[in-house]
Design a binder for this molecule. Sequence first.
Ligand code: ADP
Length: 491
Amino acid sequence: MPLILALDEGTTSARAALYDETGSLLAMESRPAPCLYPQPGWVEQDGEAIWLAQCEAARAVLALASGRRVAVMGITNQRETTLVWDRRTGRPLTPAIVWQCRRTVAACAALHASGRAAEITRRTGLMVDPYFSATKIRWILEHAPGAEEQARGGDLLFGTVDTWLVWKLTGGRQHVTDVSNASRTMLMNLETGDWDPYLLDAFGIPRVMLPRIVSSAEYVGDTDPGNFGVALPIAALAGDQQAALAGQACFRPGLSKNTYGTGCFALLHTGANPPTSRHGLVATRAASFPQEAAYAIEGSTFVAGAAVQWLRDQLGVLRTAAESEELAQSLPDNGGVYLVPAFAGLGAPHWDAQARGLLTGVTAACTKAHLARAALESIAYQTCELIQAMEADGGGPLTELRVDGGAAVNNFLMQFQADMLGKPIVRPADVETTARGAAYLAGLAAGVWSGIAEIESFWRPERRFEPNMDPSVRDRNWEGWQEAVARCRRR
Ligand code: ADP
């Protein structure tokens, strides 16, 4: 039986995975894709480095196919990250502006001041915030020499990472994105699923530079044989969080998941009607099949696992991210130490682009174990805020939470999450649901699987974490967190 290849270009690494027709993961390879921090609040990546990391990961995993034929491939990617490149040379004009980058804070503030923000939110389901692609594209047009004119003349192409990878994979023949990625650009009308003239005007983006929008599960083109030795059909594209929702087999209204990666992303599938959030979350497209719009409510926090990474890479207090578990567990409690990792401002439900990180409650007794614990606890507290908002938006009460992502393997974090949320946490056998979701979508598009019922039968829980915390401790923790968040707010 043929295999399915999934490419998963995340913020910290590019992965490639092979699945068989039973949904089993056969092999996964990963290559690092480093972020650059040229100024406080700025986050960039080299577009060519993203491509090379992804290509190398794909080649490495294809070498493990043991002669079995790969029938189809799907792509999932970090969303909102923005590239603009020259149509003829294929060269990006600037480094990719990563989703976490705050360089367009002033542009967003100006949109709020001009009174256009409410209409933009009404059309897109999103908050006006530097997170989304539109102001990032505008920044490139304003700062790369000659870009404005070249863009109007049709010489430049915009793409999120899915678009960039497909363009590279197909040797520049396809310039496409899918609805789930397009719904994060702040240029797509959430209901029509097309680029919206009002939004293009509000952000000053020429339509000619935008890709064609396709569904998340349809054939978009073959890879150039120069890349992998064979021409592979690309049959799925989806933003990483929407792919993770699919990878958790959440295809029906009311099903939800939370991903613990660089950031935290809670998504609730809401079916065929566009939702509206009244509690600081955003409305977005879920991975959608041709002629079948699907929607989700989403809460995203910008820094989750990245707080652990910060302790490891910037402060050097951890050797590995996994070490945070043992350190946190070595303490009976947090000792009153809280970390608000607002390194890139605060996302949902606060939307405070100017907030910055804060460590509170530090005494001379504070050790690196407290730092590790505070970082892990902050991930759980932020998730509680998202889930509370989601329930208030009418999605709840949720009976349990399905989890995934790199940091979901941390047992301290999962138990603490169950305790603070007061709900069971269910971790599937495979926490790499992002790549899995891309494989599912591609396999469904190519007819490897009969439909979503077959995909649902693949979902396997590995461990359940039941809430087990004294309510007085929970209340004290929650108060401490809220106080710390209030202190770091700028708005
Ligand atoms: P992304 O797809 O956003 O690149 P991943 O899902 O691969 O992210 O998760 C990587 C993140 O998870 C990193 O920020 C890392 O610090 C964190 N992480 C990985 N393992 C652990 C662990 N055992 N405990 C806590 N955090 C972890």
